[in-house]
Design a protein around this ligand. Structure first.
Ligand code: MTE
Ligand code: HPA
Ligand code: MOS
Length: 749
């Protein structure tokens, strides 16, 4: 089944926040943000801006009736700065005017005086100065101190992975409308409608039921709208509360790039110990997460880094620690993989370093340590239904790695100025919010009296096609054709208290709720059908818009059953709730069973480096991926392809740059390079691994949103191999992204 949005997408008819027809009295908002990364606000002069004709009001923290606080996990982030600013781009005021142009003109007239304070931009510097968001977290398994003593080989090193801009096509924005009695309705481009509702209520000082959040769809989120869609909706709501007129605020690209946080850069230090059989016996790792100026989701992201610190390997002795370091950058936030990719880059670097020092192929160390059934993760969960070796061996065999390696060696022997490199990248990714209480969802299903069906859930459609999957679940369960089912917008008055659309778990959580609701409706309709057909209720089956009594060999249409149910006063609506069973985690012990299941896979990446220029091409990425029993292979393969491109971009060309003054230098698409069709892998082959799937996954179809991003890490190590082929003396560096500049330096160092 194709994506249900494809028709309107292709015709440009899909609605996003900025497409909603505005009321004619709509006003337009614009943020005035800090032009310095750290300092005391001495004075702000709004007089000239306020004097511009068409400026209605400029809001500051003084206008807030509730709390000036938007922090999600930790209450450490004001909506608008009060006496101090902590990052360049921090919102200070909100100009509301008759038009966007007037607001822009007014913004340029605001004068601010800031007494500058020292600026910290790197995690290392923050750690040295003791600047942290919260206390560090650490996971332990076995005893690393004792284990290192017994190791045949021990290697140590440092790594750095840079941040990443989300670059959702649709920028952040919201449109808030006053309703009666002080109620406000907000259309928001958010992954977390309930977070927006909760924070709006908190800042406005009103009850949550006065605030309705509606989400049609997102033009991409990638984690960047899990928490950071909130402030803009809140600002619009504050203005609506006081002006009693609709207020719209859509960020332009520059403002969005400057004011929002990105993937967290990580500075890490590792120590890895192996025995004579290349078994990794001990692994010690310290992660310094560059969290930015406020917590945002950093503590949860730090936690996931620890969960994925050993990637797809079983290591009996692990000691890991993560510090969320407070710096003067915009608060960094969720980004596809949620800290997992940063953790995996370090273990892959450690293995590459060990292999290089031992003069062997990295693959041999990887292979010797792959996770198998009943292995323990450092957080106590026992791995079951492990498909790691299965994906690895299938990839090597199906893609004929031996031949690929031979061709690569021959190519390198025959060419001086071009070199090829290959890498293998295994992935193991845990599915569930690491914060157990977040793993639940609801669905509200209406069967209308004509037999058509409306489905509401807490899932937000953001391009990942979750709505198509929800529709499939409903249509399949009720035995009716897809065109009888409509996916409603995500709305807090229909489905309340939602977890954000994140953690790749949205289809599982909301899909299970849809399944439950549809089954409950079906049970009620069975009674009606059995009555209508004068058949045994046990024999009633719903299929292809017909309700059959199988033994009696009689049937009636779906519409007739629904109409009869209506006459018999049977409830045709159902609200169901699903909470993931089994999962738990004890934070005091840092042990438990946090994940419903894991997703596995292996990617083989081949690249060619132009050794005169330092540029490179990704020749091919060949993947064996564990989809379980995919419910929609077209959609799922699309997710793998998209995540792969995004992962390669993170590892190779996307370079976030902040000056020492904390100003974002890569502040436009002319200075921040994302993958385009020319830089995409020349060939992408994806083999779906045939498995039975997992009962905790919706219809046994495993979560797919984030895991494949980490295949992109393979590109870094393939490039490194090619460099090594050209310059055997090259001392390996683990500092991503591997931009052509860096490659060139490494080739000739
Ligand atoms: N795919 C598209 N097209 N657009 C997106 O914004 N977000 C990713 C992934 N795939 C995203 C996407 C992220 S970060 C997550 S967590 C999952 O989708 C969320 O959706 P799911 O839980 O339905 O997989
Ligand atoms: N993944 C993604 N988003 C989240 C998580 C998680 O584990 N926890 C809280 N928000
Ligand atoms: Mo995805 S980073 O969990 O929104």
């Amino acid at each position: 089944m194709k994506n249900i949005d494809s028709y309107t997408h292709l015709r440009g008819e899909s609605l996003f926040v900025d497409d909603i027809i505005t009321r004619q009295d709509t006003l337009y908002g614009l943020v005035f943000d800090s032009p310095k990364a750290h300092g005391k606000i001495i004075s702000v002069n709004y007089a000239n801006a306020e004097a511009v004709e068409g400026v209605i009001k400029i809001f500051t923290y003084k206008d807030i009736l509730g709390k000036n606080q938007i922090g999600g996990i930790i209450a450490d982030e004001p909506l608008w700065a009060e006496d101090e600013v902590h990052f360049w781009g921090q919102p200070i005021a909100f100009i509301v005017a008759e038009t966007k142009a007037i607001a822009k003109k007014a913004r340029a007239l605001i004068e601010i005086e800031i007494e500058e304070l020292p600026v910290i931009t790197t995690a290392r510097e923050a750690k040295e100065k003791g600047s942290f968001i919260n206390a560090p977290r650490s996971f332990h398994l076995g005893n690393t101190n004792e284990a290192f003593e017994k190791c045949e080989h021990v290697f140590e090193g440092k790594t750095f992975s840079n941040g990443q801009e989300h670059l959702y096509l649709e920028t952040q924005g919201a449109y808030a409308i006053p309703m009666e009695n002080g109620n406000i309705k907000i259309t928001s481009s958010t992954q977390g409608p309930t977070s927006v509702q909760k924070i709006v209520a908190q800042v406005l000082g009103v009850a949550m039921h006065k605030i309705e959040i509606d989400v049609i769809r997102l033009g991409g989120g990638f984690g960047g709208k899990e928490d950071q869609a909130t402030p803009w909706a809140v600002m619009a709501a504050v203005a609506v509360q006081q002006l009693k007129k609709p207020v719209k605020y859509i960020l332009n690209r520059h403002d969005d790039l400057r004011m929002t946080g990105k993937r967290h850069p990580y500075d890490s230090t590792y120590k890895i110990g192996l025995d004579e059989h290349l078994k990794i016996i001990a692994y010690d790792v310290e992660f310094l997460q560059n969290s930015g100026a406020a917590a945002d989701l950093s503590p949860a992201i730090a936690e996931r880094t620890l969960f994925h610190a050993t990637n797809s390997y079983y290591i009996p002795n692990v000691s890991s620690i993560v510090h969320s370091c407070k710096t003067n950058l915009p608060p960094n936030t969720a980004f596809r993989g949620f800290g997992g990719p940063q953790g995996m880059f370090v273990i892959e670097s450690a293995i590459a370093k060990a292999a290089d020092a031992l003069g062997i192929d990295k693959r041999l160390i990887q292979e010797a340590n792959l996770l198998v059934e009943n292995d323990a993760f450092s957080y106590g969960q026992i791995a079951t239904k492990v498909e790691m070796e299965n994906t690895w061996n299938t990839a090597i065999k199906q893609f004929d790695l031996e031949k690929l390696e031979k061709e690569t060696a021959e190519f390198n022997a025959a060419n001086t100025n071009y070199k090829k490199g290959i890498s293998l990248m295994p992935i193991t990714f845990g599915i569930s919010f690491t914060n157990t209480p977040m793993n639940h969802a609801r669905a509200l299903i209406h069967i209308y009296q004509d037999g058509s069906v409306g489905v509401s859930t807490g899932a937000v459609e953001m391009g990942q096609s979750v709505n198509t999957k929800m529709l499939q679940v409903a249509s399949q369960t009720l035995g009716i054709s897809p065109d009888k089912v409509k996916l409603e917008t995500t709305n807090t008055t229909r489905v309340a208290n939602t977890s954000p659309t994140a953690a790749s778990a949205t289809a599982d959580l909301n899909g299970k709720a849809v399944l439950k609701a549809c089954n409950a409706l079906k049970e009620r309709l069975k009674v009606v059908a059995a009555n209508l057909l004068d058949a045994n209720i046990e024999h009633i089956v719903f299929k292809e818009d017909i309700v059959f009594a199988t033994k009696e060999e009689i049937f009636v249409s779906w519409e007739k059953v629904v109409a009869a149910a209506m006459l018999k006063r049977v409830a045709l609506s159902e609200n169901a709730h699903y909470a993931t069973p089994i999962i738990h985690f004890y934070k005091t012990k840092e042990k438990g069973h946090p994940f419903a299941y894991h997703v596995y896979g292996t990617a083989i990446t081949q690249v060619t480096v132009d050794c005169m220029r330092g540029t490179y091409e990704i020749d091919a990425v060949k993947i064996v991926h564990d989809f379980g029993k995919s419910m929609n292979l077209g959609i799922d393969i699309g997710q793998v392809e998209g995540a792969l491109a995004q992962g390669i971009g993170w590892m190779t060309m996307e370079e976030i740059a902040y000056g020492k003054d904390g100003r974002l230098q890569s502040n436009a698409l002319s200075t921040y390079k994302v993958p385009d069709i020319f830089s995409a892998a020349k060939k992408v082959a994806i083999i779906p691994l045939e498995t039975q799937g997992n009962d905790m996954a919706i219809l046994k179809s495993k979560a797919v949103g984030e895991p494949p991003l980490m295949y992109g890490i393979g590109a870094y190590f393939a490039i490194q191999q090619a460099i090594k082929a050209f310059n055997p003396k090259h001392k390996l560096q683990f500092h991503s992204p591997y931009t052509p500049e860096k490659v060139l330096m490494n080739l000739y160092e």
